[in-house]
Design a protein around this ligand. Structure first.
Ligand code: Z5A
Length: 229
């Protein structure tokens, strides 16, 4: 579990690096923009760890395969949500928390908000289960900043299809634009509910413009305006 050996609430902000999560629909550009931000932070002399969910640690990557292949779908939405939580607990314990304790920056492709939207909103897993799994898997290891890459579902799906080419769609990619649009609205509702954690970025713009908007958000929200370009 995420908090083995350490009670919830004992991690102090002063010894932590910054934990930034990227959220949004399929094809929003999260992978692209994580690489851009990591490069920029490293150019400023900062130590950066990039990672993703589901996955990011050997145990969680094994669970990723079970989830994205669709093998867990027949177990039902609640069992799938438990598998996402199990992967996250291992990822937090073995990679994210140690990196933050070293004062590294952690940039993570998807995290708790994806579970809230995919398993909660459009997966029909009851909120009390989502909340309980989040508490067990994450504890106090919450993002300092969540960059929501907001994009109309049709544009995101088009980009994802272009990138995928002839490869088969996975468990979640097979959902059509109506479900993807509901997820978009779900992410935006989460952002409205926690405006101090979220920054909403218009991800339909070109890559350069999105990267600049992210850089501005990171510098202003995390109070590091002294960093260079
Ligand atoms: N999932 C869940 O259900 N519950 C959970 O708790 C978690 C996840 C953590 C993981 O998918 C799936 O697991 C995900 C939700 C579910 N399913 N879906 N769908 P994944 O890791 O395989 O992939 P993803 O997270 O959905 O991301 P993605 O589709 O790979 O897209 P992306 O990383 O956001 O975008 P990208 O790869 O950077 O860009 C996509 C293409 O667009 C690529 O060709 C780029 O070159 C291009 N691109 C990027 N930016 C631009 C701009 N600005 N303009 C034009 N073209 C661009």
């Amino acid at each position: 579990m995420a908090n083995s050996g350490e009670p919830v609430g004992t991690t102090t902000q002063s010894v932590r690096g910054h934990f930034i999560t990227f959220e949004g629909g399929e094809g929003a550009g999260k992978t692209t923009q994580i690489a851009r931000l990591a490069q920029r932070l490293r150019e400023n002399g900062l130590s950066v760890v990039t990672t993703r969910e589901p996955g990011g640690s050997p145990g969680a990557e094994a669970i990723r395969h079970v989830l994205l292949s669709g093998a867990a779908e027949q177990l039902g939405p609640e069992a799938e949500a438990m598998l996402f939580a199990a992967a996250r607990a291992d990822h937090v314990d073995s990679l994210i928390r140690p990196a933050l304790q070293r004062n590294d920056w952690v940039l993570c492709d998807r995290f708790i908000d994806s579970t809230r939207v995919y398993q909660g909103l459009t997966g029909a897993v009851p909120a009390r289960i989502i909340v309980a799994l989040e508490a067990i898997s994450v504890g106090d290891c919450k993002p300092d900043l969540t960059l929501l890459l907001d994009i109309p579902a049709d544009i995101g799906l088009y980009r994802a299809a272009q990138r995928r080419g002839d490869a088969a769609v996975d468990r979640f990619e097979k959902d059509g634009s109506e479900i993807q649009e509901r997820r978009r609205e779900g992410f935006l509702a989460l952002a409205r509910g926690e405006p101090s954690r979220f920054a909403v970025i218009d991800a339909a713009q070109d890559t350069e413009t999105v990267a600049e908007a992210i850089w501005y958000a990171v510098r202003t929200r995390l109070g590091i305006g002294g960093l260079g370009n």
